[in-house]
Ligand binder design. Structure first.
Ligand SMILES: [Zn+2]
Length: 455
């Protein structure tokens, strides 16, 4: 088992088919598929289905209430493990067009990079998985793992129908773990194995005073100021200066990092000087590495995104504003439940300021796959083998993705391994994918399939 002699055959095949892989990716990138504008989604899904069928993947287009999902599968033996690959074929709008050096839907190679909308996010990365699959089949590697693919067309629009799709296709999606490649490598160029995300709860608080702005002298001290009302409320929710949350039960369900997770946090490098310089701060304002990653991955936040009230123009205007609105996001960590936290916020507001309205504008659940899971070790060693580099493990991202649909609804581990360069400029003009990293992605996925086949 330790010899793995066929890897050289596999890598040789990949290295001699680079041009073909690039040409194929360029064709896929030339199809606009802009989810937020509803452009080209079905055409791209159909195109992808054809690509997958040519590789030998049994593929169907599955309808949802939104854009179709492309579902593919290769079943070798139901007693063997099954990997479920997730990706998205939709892209962000390309605007502003004048900033592109070559047109966004005319893929162009410059400096060993492919430039096009979707090159990194996410067509290039999902295509790397497909070419990895193709390489395994073409070299007749004895495949010992079942493979399923789901490529959705609404990720850039917030995946509004992914939960519905997962819930209604549970049986069809049965697998041992989910594998996703999206986003960039670590800035050092080291590969990353990501195991979770923070959730989010987005709220809007509104306080109302008189039916119009009032003279602050004639009415001062007599009428409630809605801006102060909101500030008073906030200080009952969060202890000033310490930042400790005072909402009853807010910390109840937070899962603490395990010993192994703590060890991993210590191993993630942090360039404090570099971060401070980039943000225009003093290095003393950046927490030490362990505190930085503990806060980012294992602790919730309470953040004011915006506060609208009163007069903000030039000079003085003495008024008591008639309304105040505050927008807030809380990043939540496992096992905080956004529905539960929202209820606790509502109860808190009812107790301290029942006249203030609270509206929920959005939410997503947090998700985490334990680092101790056996497939994490398999993925880690496959990535190490394919890249020749020691991967970093991130127990969680600071941001939010709908990862809970896999860990929560399907109840299986979810592991993310990004392939793109750090400067992929996704969502921006001149989006690009470094060709060596694209090919490394092909090797990563085929090595993962090979590793799983031999376990
Ligand atoms: Zn994106």
């Amino acid at each position: 088992m330790s010899e793995r002699p066929r890897y050289s055959v596999l890598y040789n095949y990949i290295d001699t088919h680079v041009d073909e892989f690039i040409e194929g990716l360029k064709e896929l990138l030339a199809k606009p598929s802009i989810s937020t504008q509803g452009i080209g989604l079905r055409e791209t899904a159909e195109y992808l289905k054809n690509v997958m069928e040519r590789i030998g993947i049994k593929t169907t287009i599955v309808e949802t209430s939104g854009a179709p999902v492309v579902f593919g599968e290769i079943t070798v033996d139901t007693s063997r493990p099954t990997i479920l690959v997730y990706g998205h074929y939709d892209v962000q709008p390309p605007e502003p067009l004048e900033d592109w050096l070559s047109p966004p839907f005319q893929p162009t190679v410059r400096n060993d990079r492919i430039y096009a909308r979707g090159a990194g996010d996410n067509k290039g990365q999902l295509y790397a998985q497909l070419m990895g699959m193709k390489s395994i089949l073409a070299t007749k590697f004895p495949l010992g793992v079942n493979v399923k693919f789901i490529f959705e067309g609404e990720e850039e629009n917030g995946s509004p129908h992914l939960e519905e799709f997962i819930t209604t296709n549970k049986e069809r999606l049965k697998a041992d773990f989910v594998y996703t490649s999206d986003g960039p490598l670590h800035e050092s160029g080291r590969p990353v194995v990501q195991l979770g995300v923070r959730g989010i709860l987005y709220l809007e608080f509104t306080a109302k005073g008189a039916s119009r702005d009032l003279h602050s002298g004639n009415w001062g001290g007599l009428i409630v100021n809605p801006a102060l009302r909101l500030i008073d409320l906030i200080t009952t929710m969060r202890e000033p200066f310490s930042g400790k949350m005072l909402i009853e039960g807010f910390y109840d369900n937070i899962r603490k990092p395990t010993e192994e997770e703590k060890k991993i946090l210590e191993s993630i490098p942090l360039d404090r000087e570099g971060v401070a310089k980039d943000l225009g701060l003093d290095p003393s304002q950046i927490p030490s590495s362990i505190e930085f990653y503990t806060k980012l991955m294992f602790q919730p936040t309470f953040n004011i995104c915006g506060f609208i009230s009163g007069y903000t123009g030039k000079g003085m205007k003495t008024i008591i504003p008639s309304t105040a609105t505050l927008k807030m996001d809380m990043r939540l960590v496992v096992d905080q439940d956004p529905d539960d936290i929202f209820k606790k916020v509502q109860q808190h507001v009812k107790k301290y300021a029942p006249d203030v309205q609270v509206k929920k504008l959005g939410q997503m659940r947090p998700s985490r796959t334990p680092v101790e899971n056996k497939f994490v070790k398999t993925v880690y060693s496959a990535v190490e083998q394919a890249t020749g580099l020691t991967p970093l493990i991130y127990p969680s991202l600071g941001g939010s993705l709908p990862d809970y649909v896999f860990t929560g609804i399907l109840g299986i581990p979810s592991i993310m391994v990004p392939y793109a360069n750090i400067d992929e400029s996704n969502h921006a003009p001149n989006e690009n994918l470094a060709i060596p990293l694209f090919i490394r992605g092909v090797k990563c996925f085929s090595t993962l399939l090979a590793t799983l086949s031999q376990e």
